[in-house]
Design a protein around this ligand. Structure first.
Ligand code: ATP
Ligand code: MG
Length: 390
C-alpha cells in the first residue's frame, strides 16, 4: 500500500504577500531534509505540503525528519487508493482501524478536487461514514466535537484517506528571519535558547569559549553534540571555538575577584559581537535568565550588554529552571547538558561575585588588562567546525 505525507503549515497563512516566499523556503528545507532518505514527489496547495515517497519503506524516516522541520505545525499520513467509491469504502475501515479502535466518536470530512468524480463531498462523507459504522459498531458519529476526524480527498490522480495528526516542530521556516550567533556553553540553558530562536526562522550559528587545559576534549565534544541537536532542526550549524584560556588567566591574575565573572562575561559578549558582525548575524543569543546566578541579575545584564552593538536575544530570561529543563528534554539536549564536564565558567568562578555592579567600577577593574587586545587575539585563534545534517 502506498502512503503520502501531509504537512500543514501554520502561521505562514498570516504573512500576506510573503506567504509564497515562506512556503517556497519551507518546501526547499523539506526537500533538503528528505534527500538522503530517498526519492519523493512534493507539491503544495494552500496551507498543506504533500510529500509522496517513491518507496513505501521510506515513509517512517521521512515523517520523523519532517517532524523537526520548522514551519510545519502537524503531519498526517494518508493511505492512497484508486478513485473508486467502492474501493474507498473498503479501504477506509482497514487503513484507519488503529486510529479508530480506541475512540468513541468520529465524523468524516471530504473534499473533491476532481469535479468529475460522480459523488459530491457530502455524499462521499456519508458513504464512508456508513462503511466505518458497519465495520466498527462501537463508534457513533458526532459532527460537533468528534474524537477523530476522518478525511477523504479525491484528487485528479487518485484518492486518499487519513485520520489524526502528529504534532510537529511548529515555528517558522529556517532562513526566513535572518541569522544570529548563539553563545553556546555546555549547560542546560543555552541550547534551549538557541532552539527557541531557531524555531522562529532564524538561522543559528554557535560560538563556544574553550579554556584548554582547564576544560578538556570531553567538554568540547559535549558542546558539539549540543550543536548537533540544534542542527537536527535547522539542517546545519557553524560552530566557532574560541581559545579563551589566556584571557581568563589575565582576568584572574589582574582583576578584583568579585568582578572576575562579569569582566569575563563582557569579554565573551564583545568577542561574540565582533564574530557575529563578521558572519553577517543580526543578533546574539544567550541562555541567561534573570537572577539565576550573580552574573544574571538585572544590574549585571546591563553591564554585560553595554559591550554589544547588536540586539541580544535571551529567550529564557523569564523562565524558571524547570521550564527550561522541560524544553531541554523535548529537544533531546538535557542528557548531554548534565554530563559532568567542567566548562570554563565553573573553573574560574570567584567565591563572592558582585550582584549589583555599576559600570564605572567594572571599567576601572577592567583597565588592569588589555581588554581589546585579548579579544583580538582570541578571535584570531578561532577554529570553525561546520556541522551539517542535511
Ligand atoms: P548554561 O546552562 O547555558 O550554561 P548558565 O546558567 O550556566 O547557562 P552562565 O554560565 O552564567 O549561565 O552563562 C550564561 C550564558 O553565557 C549561557 O547561557 C551562554 O549563553 C553563555 N556562556 C557561558 N559560558 C559559555 C561558554 N563557555 N561558551 C559560550 N557561551 C557561554
Ligand atoms: Mg554555563
Amino acid at each position: 500500500m502506498r502512503e503520502m505525507i501531509l504537512a500543514k503549515t501554520g502561521e505562514l497563512i498570516l504573512k500576506g504577500g510573503n506567504r509564497r516566499r515562506f512556503q517556497d523556503m519551507l518546501k526547499g528545507n523539506m526537500k533538503r531534509s528528505l534527500k538522503a532518505v530517498g526519492d519523493f514527489q512534493i507539491y503544495d496547495q494552500q496551507a498543506t505540503v504533500y510529500v509522496l515517497p517513491e518507496r513505501e519503506d521510506d515513509i517512517d524516516e521521512m515523517v520523523n525528519r519532517l517532524s523537526k522541520v520548522f514551519g510545519i505545525v502537524n503531519l498526517s499520513r494518508a493511505g492512497i487508493i484508486e478513485k473508486d467509491m467502492e474501493k474507498i469504502m473498503n479501504f477506509a475501515p482497514e487503513y484507519l482501524s488503529d486510529a479508530l479502535m480506541g475512540v468513541n466518536t468520529f465524523k468524516v470530512e471530504s473534499r473533491r478536487a476532481d469535479k468529475s468524480f460522480p459523488y459530491k463531498s457530502p455524499e462521499i462523507s456519508a458513504m464512508v461514514g456508513g462503511a466505518l459504522l458497519d465495520a466498527f459498531p462501537h463508534l457513533t458519529v458526532d459532527v460537533i466535537n468528534p474524537d477523530v476526524v476522518v478525511r477523504v480527498e479525491v484528487r485528479d490522480t487518485d484518492a486518499f484517506v487519513y485520520a489524526g495528526r502528529i504534532k510537529a516542530a511548529g515555528g517558522m521556516p529556517t532562513g526566513t528571519n535572518g541569522r544570529a550567533m548563539l553563545l553556546l556553553s555546555g549547560g542546560i540553558d543555552s541550547p534551549v535558547a538557541g532552539h527557541m530562536i531557531a524555531k522562529r526562522g532564524v538561522y543559528v550559528e554557535g560560538i563556544h569559549f574553550f579554556s584548554y587545559p582547564y576544560t578538556g576534549e570531553k567538554a568540547k565534544e559535549k558542546v558539539l553534540t549540543l550543536a548537533d541537536r540544534i542542527a537536527d532542526y535547522t539542517g546545519s550549524m557553524p560552530l566557532h571555538i574560541v581559545p579563551f584560556t589566556e584571557a581568563q588567566l589575565a582576568i584572574r591574575d589582574n582583576c578584583p575577584s568579585e568582578h572576575m565573572t562579569l569582566i569575563m562575561r563582557r569579554m565573551m559578549m564583545k568577542i561574540a559581537n565582533e564574530v557575529a558582525k563578521k558572519r553577517e548575524c543580526q543578533g546574539l543569543i544567550t541562555g541567561e535568565s534573570i537572577g539565576q546566578v550573580a552574573s544574571q541579575t538585572v544590574w549585571a545584564l546591563g553591564v554585560t550588554d553595554s559591550v554589544t552593538d547588536i540586539p541580544v536575544f535571551r529567550p529564557c530570561i523569564g523562565m524558571d529552571k524547570d521550564e527550561i529543563v522541560q524544553i531541554a528534554r523535548k529537544i533531546d539536549t538535557f542528557e548531554t547538558s548534565i554530563l559532568p564536564y567542567e566548562d570554563c565558567c565553573t573553573v574560574f568562578t570567584p567565591k563572592h561575585p558582585t550582584t549589583r555592579p555599576n559600570i564605572e567600577n567594572i571599567l576601572k577593574s577592567e583597565s588592569h588588562i588589555p581588554f581589546d587586545e585579548l579579544c583580538k587575539k582570541a578571535i584570531e585563534g578561532i577554529e570553525t567546525i561546520n556541522i551539517r545534517k542535511y
